[in-house]
Design a protein around this ligand. Structure first.
Ligand SMILES: [Zn+2]
Length: 162
């Protein structure tokens, strides 16, 4: 009886820890280094040679470098999308936002697939309108408002994302 009670207690503790882990959202960088080569905002476009809004962040990446999901979500779209080349779009329910990973050389997920934080989603490339291999990551809220991914990373590091 004593052993059974101990087992039940142990189970309850593990359950509580799992519950706590799920309540706290894990956010990870999409590349191993997380090095950014171009930020969100107005910039002189490297190909168009005119000032334009850069609605995302460019991460340095070598061709075929692994790209990871920044948090847990559901893949919404996989395919080609104009100047973005090969893309993966993932919806992140905790953030009420979606992220577009662009210019991929290869895709490692399919539509409607669930992904974990840090899960491999594809390999970096230079497909679409791109000067060389890199990852363009852009995010938007469920209402369509552009989100600066760097602000998203800062906010989640501060623990306000739940
Ligand atoms: Zn970009």
């Amino acid at each position: 009886m004593r052993v059974l009670l101990a087992s039940v207690l142990a189970f309850s503790v593990i359950f509580a820890l799992n519950g706590a882990a799920e309540a706290k959202e894990v956010v990870m960088l999409p590349t191993a280094t997380g090095t950014i080569s171009s930020s969100f905002g107005m910039r002189l476009h490297p190909i168009l040679k005119r000032f334009a809004m850069h609605k995302g962040v460019d991460f340095k990446a070598r061709r075929n470098e692994a790209l990871y999901s920044i948090t847990d979500g559901v893949v919404q779209f996989v395919g080609t999308r104009g100047s973005f080349g090969n893309v993966v779009e993932i919806y992140y329910p905790h953030a009420k936002a979606s992220a577009l990973y662009a210019h991929l050389n290869q895709v490692a997920v399919r539509a409607r697939q669930r992904v974990e934080p840090g899960e491999l989603i594809g390999l970096a490339g230079s497909t679409g309108r791109s000067t060389g291999p890199h990852l363009h990551l852009q995010m938007k809220s469920s209402t369509g408002r552009a989100i600066d991914p760097q602000a998203f990373f800062k906010k989640s590091a501060a623990g306000t994302l739940s």
